[in-house]
Design a protein around this ligand. Structure first.
Ligand SMILES: Nc1ncnc2c1ncn2[C@@H]1O[C@H](COP(=O)(O)OP(=O)(O)O)[C@@H](O)[C@H]1O
Ligand SMILES: [Mg+2]
Length: 258
């Protein structure tokens, strides 16, 4: 099982939208996807509700043995967010290890695990990053959002170093500019600045600001299944970016089966 965490301490940058679309894309190709919603706001859990395994995300931070998951035809099993996740931020560091061990029990059954995180660099997000092999960070090209990229990168690089010392790794897939307004000179110049500041970390893709992305998630489907011409461009950009994420995770593109 390859595990990817999507992280950025800013809210509203597109973490959940990307996580859910990545899960849909991989599931359509026949990959068995375990989706872990670690954000008590539970946005992803709402969209992916039909795939619920009945397991609560807070249970992953407790040592009790978890029930077996029956993977349905959709190829996605959701471990849904629950309010008890909030209390974990005051828990002991040892919950990171428990979380990793609990996820590991599903490693044989699933090909991919996608972890959606809260807009914070909390103990829960840290656990997600320790459990992950890959991390992806959507970023918004607003000035206030770009200001947070340094601490985001420091966190990711810090955890990567700690994992490498223990013989593990955390591959930073990169920052993916999202919600880009192509007509905004400010967005264009912020994007250029971001690329100049972190040429090795900014993915050469972007996702524009398009309402069909929010509509798709509310309708519990990926944007490429929205039958409107306005959704076509959004679908194209989303597919292109996620195919590169998939590629960087070493997951071959397969023919769509669903
Ligand atoms: N490219 C986009 N274009 C338009 N709306 C978007 C786009 N990406 C995300 N959104 C919307 O912006 C809001 C925040 O996105 P979300 O994925 O929930 O962010 P996060 O998980 O980082 O808080 C949601 O309402 C979502 O539907
Ligand atoms: Mg979210």
């Amino acid at each position: 099982m390859k595990t990817i965490a999507v992280a950025n301490q800013k809210g509203g940058v597109g973490k959940t939208s990307l996580c859910v679309h990545l899960a849909y894309q991989l599931a359509e190709q026949g990959y068995k996807v375990l989706f872990v919603d670690c954000d008590p706001q539970a946005n992803a859990s709402l969209t992916l509700n039909e795939f619920s395994s009945g397991i609560k995300a807070s249970q992953l931070f407790e040592p009790a043995k978890l029930p077996v998951i029956e993977l349905g035809e959709g190829n996605i099993a959701l471990i849904h967010a629950d309010p008890a996740l909030v209390n974990l931020d005051r828990a002991a560091m040892s919950i990171i290890e428990t979380f990793m061990e609990q996820l590991e029990t599903f490693a044989e059954q699933f090909d991919v695990c996608v972890i959606d995180n809260s807009p914070s660099l909390s103990l829960r997000t840290t656990a997600g990053l320790f459990a992950a092999d890959f991390v992806l960070s959507p970023v918004q090209v607003e000035s206030y959002s770009i200001q947070g990229t340094t601490s985001l990168l420091q966190t990711i690089i810090g955890i990567r170093q700690r994992k490498q010392q223990g013989g593990g790794d955390l591959v930073f897939i990169g920052m993916l500019p999202n919600l880009v307004n192509n007509n905004s000179p400010m967005h264009r110049s912020n994007l250029k600045e971001l690329i100049e500041a972190y040429p090795q970390y900014v993915m050469p893709f972007k996702i524009s600001n398009r309402t069909s992305i929010g509509e798709a998630l509310a309708d519990q489907m990926p944007v490429w299944k929205i039958n409107k011409s306005a959704a076509r461009e959004a679908a194209k950009e989303m597919r292109a970016a996620l195919s590169e994420v998939q590629n960087r995770m070493g997951l071959a593109t397969r023919e769509v089966t669903k």
